[in-house]
Design a binder for this molecule. Structure first.
Ligand code: 26A
Length: 346
């Protein structure tokens, strides 16, 4: 059913500032990064931020995977449709984030920690790949007390759709579970994005506790393979349609709606499996010329933003996927996880 009230979509994850540069393989090798990956920074990675700023003319761009998705959904939806929660510091980087969300009219309710810096993500662009290296800072201090505070919980109760970025499994699983349970209890829609291969691999237990609550599970092909490899599905780890089916048919708590698994595959077709249905549908992507691609940082987040906006508008799956692909194609043409202005309409 279409939601017409305000703030029907609530998103949760880690607000970050992206320090993004077009760079080279040398810097990937120096810091032991893969060309296309997302990791948590260790001690040895910390100098990369200064190096990107000083030697590669890095730009500061609003990031944080689910914050990008929330901005994308709000870009598509009428004013006052989306609210986003996560943790930031009280600093210059947080001010940049607040400016960026204002541009699309996204409401943010940050937990502000005066003692920790806003999180940052080094983004190394090489060709059409992007390597993400994150120091969470204040984002890591997000806590259930913030979500359960009367002002924020009122927003939770008001919303009909929850979107959780999988990266938040490294931060505050109790907050994720609170949204999951609220959704199941009131037959609301709970959407999770796997976010990165390391989430199913190294945060398996927390992730698996949430899986019965997934109404929609979104990931890309690499994350799907990592899920299979870490969940006893090694035999189908290279068969992405089979993984889509397996995800759709995991045990489900709220049986009033079937689970839908959505797997993006870069320029290859997007796959959709629905619980108890045999067919895995394929949706070719919106093709854009290679010369029009700026970078792919945030492409998956933009897809999720368009897709979830479609759900909020009560569109069917075919249209929601098309909206996701449309918004991803727009974002790829911008610098970082951004959307074009003047605003385009779907
Ligand atoms: C916990 N980690 C590692 C992260 C992230 C993250 N967002 C939340 N938590 N690591 C990278 N990102 C964001 O992913 C976007 C691209 O999909 C980056 O900030 C980037 O904007």
């Amino acid at each position: 059913m279409a939601a017409s009230k305000e703030f029907s979509l609530l998103c949760l994850e880690n607000p970050l500032l992206d320090i993004q540069a077009f760079a080279n393989e040398e810097i990937l090798n120096k810091y032991g990064l893969k060309a296309n990956d997302a990791i948590l920074a260790e001690e040895k990675h910390i100098p990369i931020y200064e190096e990107l700023l000083n030697n590669f003319d890095a730009k500061l761009i609003a990031g944080g995977a689910a914050q990008n998705t929330a901005r994308g959904a709000q870009y598509v939806l009428p004013p006052n449709s989306v609210v986003y929660v996560g943790g930031v510091g009280d600093d210059k980087y947080a001010a940049i984030l607040r400016d960026a969300v204002k541009q699309v009219g996204l409401r943010v309710e940050y937990r502000v920690d005066p003692k920790a810096p806003t999180g940052r993500c080094g983004v190394v662009i090489t060709g059409h790949n992007r390597s993400l290296c994150t120091e969470l800072g204040a984002a890591n201090l997000y806590d259930i007390d913030h979500l359960k505070s009367p002002e924020i919980w009122k927003l939770v109760e008001n919303a009909d759709f929850y979107y959780v970025g999988g990266f938040h499994f490294t931060v505050c699983p109790p907050a994720i579970m609170a949204l999951a349970e609220e959704a199941a209890a009131k037959n609301k829609t709970f959407v999770v994005n796997l976010s990165a291969p390391f989430i199913p691999q190294f945060f398996k237990e927390k992730l698996d506790a949430s899986s019965p609550y997934w109404d929609y599970i979104i990931c890309n092909e690499t994350e799907a393979a990592a899920y299979a490899g870490s969940h006893g599905l090694e035999n189908i780890a290279e068969d992405i349609p089979a993984i889509a089916k397996a995800l759709a048919n995991l045990p489900k708590k709220n049986t009033q709606r079937p689970r839908v698994a959505v797997i993006t595959q870069g320029t290859n077709p997007t796959l959709v499996a629905v619980q108890d249905q045999d067919e895995v549908k394929q949706y070719p992507v919106h093709v854009i010329g290679a010369d029009k691609i700026n970078d792919t940082n945030g492409a998956g987040d933009a897809f999720a933003g368009g897709f979830v906006a479609g759900l909020v508008q009560g569109k069917n799956i075919d249209t929601a996927v098309d909206m996701g692909q449309w918004l991803a194609a727009l974002s790829i043409q911008e610098l970082g996880p951004s959307y074009p202005f003047p605003k385009q309409t779907y």
